[in-house]
Design a protein around this ligand. Structure first.
Ligand SMILES: Cc1cc2nc3c(=O)[nH]c(=O)nc-3n(C[C@H](O)[C@H](O)[C@H](O)COP(=O)(O)O)c2cc1C
Ligand SMILES: CC(C)CC(=O)C(=O)O
Length: 385
């Protein structure tokens, strides 16, 4: 039976993975409020389809920071793919390359960068700011040598948030899953949970540098010729500073609800970030994208591309490279269908007027007063406000 929805893949993955690994992937921080709100934000919006437009040949290819992509989808950086499949990131890279999507490899990848690069698809590297600046520098040099197209610095994790599922499960990495691109001394702590802390949280508290400020960015900016992308920006204020600091692109993200609980949903933050940066600074988004229609909504509100996290791990757990290809292929075909049925055959045609906020039910007078101007005309007829 072919897999028709991401939810089906999720269920296959849930059945296959050990409970604590499933919880590590699916879980969020705190009360998981932001985790739930991230997906729900997409359900609050609707598409405003236009009709009688030639949609015989919808096209969703694009170029992002010089990287050509078959669709505006990328794999969000995620640690330790070998937790869900023995081939880990090399299988993810194969599936992503076949789909012509972007792969953002995590600093805590469980396969060597050079092996991942051999799949040949478009790839960027994500890093955290470690106390050991030499380890960060070494990775940047390797990424350049291995043909990575950009460097993404995650800035929403001065420390890793408490994720209660992981604390309850005393989650720690199995001995055969490690961040192989870093010196073993740096990652040894991930294998040991202690009372009240998962191995991952304890490791990050030791290794992540919480003193990082905007002033430090110049070190990284000068260290690499690669475009620099900041991941984890949620406000217009920070977006403006990032551009002043020479950042080339932004990812609007709350880390999939895994860092600050009660942080604003990424979709809600997107318009203010887009409005505060120049056109030359692409804005990406991640968190809660579960269908091509979700992606269409984010693109209409100004995202240049959409990163997808957990669903890619569901596909990887289910069927390795093939499963990753299924996830990205499904999203691309759903997006193309949404574009065709909305009367938007090109990404350029997807703008804010393609989206409308779903008005609360009480705003629909019933029975309708035909001929009377609708009380809700302003919310239903002019796109998103
Ligand atoms: C298992 C897992 C590991 C992650 N590891 C990282 C990481 O190493 N670096 C990072 O910047 N974000 C990491 N993230 C966050 C993702 O990049 C992304 O922001 C989030 O998963 C997007 O939400 P989604 O899963 O709803 O698509 C991780 C997410 C998950 C689920
Ligand atoms: C190793 C972790 C810090 C990876 C991460 O960012 C996450 O689990 O969300």
């Amino acid at each position: 039976m072919p897999v028709l929805t991401l939810d089906e893949l999720r269920e296959h993955a849930r059945q296959r993975l050990p409970g604590p690994v499933w919880d590590f992937i699916e879980g969020g921080s705190g009360d998981e409020h932001t985790l739930r709100a991230g997906e729900a934000a997409y359900r609050e919006l609707c598409l405003r389809p236009r009709v009688l437009v030639d949609v015989a040949d919808p096209d969703c290819a694009l170029e992002l920071l010089g990287t050509p992509l078959a669709s505006p989808f990328g794999v969000a950086p995620m640690a330790y793919h070998r937790l869900v499949h023995p081939q880990g990131e090399t299988a993810t890279a194969e599936g992503t390359a076949r789909a012509g999507a972007l792969l953002v490899v995590g600093m805590f990848a469980s396969r060597p960068l050079e092996d991942i690069a051999s799949a040949g698809g478009p790839r960027w590297l994500q890093v955290y700011w470690l106390r050991r600046r030499d380890a960060l520098a070494g990775l940047v040099d390797r990424a350049e040598a291995a043909g990575f197209g950009a460097l993404m610095l995650t800035v929403d994790a001065p420390q890793v948030a408490r994720r209660r599922r992981d604390v309850r499960n005393a989650f720690a990495l199995p001995a055969d899953v490690t961040a192989v691109n870093l010196d073993p001394g740096l990652t040894e702590r991930t294998h040991r949970a202690t009372a009240g802390s998962s191995g991952i949280e304890a490791h990050a508290r030791e290794q992540f540098d919480p003193t990082l400020t905007w002033d430090d960015l110049s070190w990284l900016r000068e260290r690499t010729r690669l475009p620099l992308v900041l991941k984890g920006v949620l406000t217009a204020e920070d977006a403006r500073i990032a551009v002043e600091c020479g950042v080339d692109a932004l990812v609007v993200s709350n880390h999939g609800g895994r860092q600050l609980d009660r942080a604003v949903p990424a979709l809600q933050a997107l318009p203010e970030v887009v409005a505060s940066v120049p056109e030359s600074c692409p804005v990406l988004i991640d968190g809660g994208v579960r269908s091509g229609a979700d992606a269409a909504i984010a693109l209409a509100l100004g995202a240049r591309a959409v990163l997808v996290g957990r669903p890619v791990l569901w596909g990887l757990a289910h069927a390795g490279a093939e499963g990753v290809g299924q996830v990205l292929g499904l999203l691309r075909s759903e997006l193309l269908e949404t574009m065709a049925l909305s009367g938007c055959p090109s990404l350029a045609g997807l703008g804010p007027t393609a989206v409308s906020r779903r008005p609360p039910l009480r705003d629909h007078p019933w029975p309708p007063s035909h001929g009377e101007p609708s009380r809700t005309a302003s919310t239903t007829s002019g796109g998103l406000r």
